[in-house]
Write a protein that binds this ligand. Sequence first.
Ligand code: PLP
Ligand code: COI
Length: 364
Amino acid sequence: ADAPALDFQAIPHPAPVPGETRRQAIADPGFGTVFTDHMVVLDYDEAKGGWHSARLGPREAIALDPAAAVLHYAQEIFEGLKAYRHDDGSLALFRPEQNARRFNASARRMAMPELPEELFIESIRQLMAVDRDWMPDAEGGSLYLRPFMFASEAFLGVRPAKQYKFVLICSPVGAYFKGGAKAVKIWVSSDYVRAAPGGTGAAKTGGNYAASLVPQAQGIANGCDQVVFLDAVEKKWIEELGGMNLFFVMDDGSVVTPPLTGTILPGITRDSLIHLLREEGLDVREEPYSIDQWESDATSGRLVETLACGTAAVVTPVGRVVGEDRDFTIGSGSAGQITTKLRERLVGIQRGTVADPADWVMRL
Ligand code: PLP
Ligand code: COI
């Protein structure tokens, strides 16, 4: 059902950011506040046969009718992936076809049209060809790519829209957490859940993140960096953080991560870490793990490390867990051995300094 490839129209930028201003902006970019000069836009119209009018142009505001469906019923999905610079100067993506596939899985759940995988990848190629000079020089820097799609049709009835926009923007980034790779503190949300069985938890759709903001604010008010969500039914099983998956490392070298039951995001970093750990001979089990077990295993020393992972966070150690009626430390409270090794291996593969074990890296 893939549409024929579209030609991308190039719209010249009237006033790209001057080199010196750009270099200052990317010297210490933080996460998600600096943006490159260009963006890609594709339009979808059921009446016009689907995707059309692909263009690469200046990054600019998007005009929307006030009745655009996304503004009312949140029919929206997004992805997040990074471009890295290798030592030979080339740019590389990490498993971008997985992001394209997950984007379409999210689209199906939100009753939106799929985007052919090659258009997803081609959009990234187009944008990177003009904005590659925005790559931060500092170690750990990358270009965070944010593809998203939303319902643009002006219509107030509740049904899937017939018109959409796909947009790709790019943000030069450093570390997601201010402390870099230092251990983070996690807040256990007992009041709120993120996703319920049958809901949209496995889709990367804005509403899941909107629902996480109040518990995230509670976490921050309690001195934590991120929130861990428990399952909606028993309020017992650990699911994931607001924007990262979790792994638990035991003292016998085995590793547990919550299973993909439909309420958590199937992370591409998660999948890659499972592969790398198994390759190193470790026993990785995708099975439910409860919050009480986590606390008792951490306290007894049976659990030695916990790590959070995702595109933005890479691999980040979890040092401490705090909730209404709990407060416990994981291991020494700082990065453990397996977490550190795994982070170095993954980052090395992404940046081209360590052998790529499964054809994960796509050179642009
Ligand atoms: N879980 C959630 C809710 C996320 O937003 C993300 C980030 O994309 C992840 C997990 C990790 O997914 P990935 O490793 O594909 O970035
Ligand atoms: C990502 O890692 O890409 C995320 O989506 C996490 C966060 C920025 C929402």
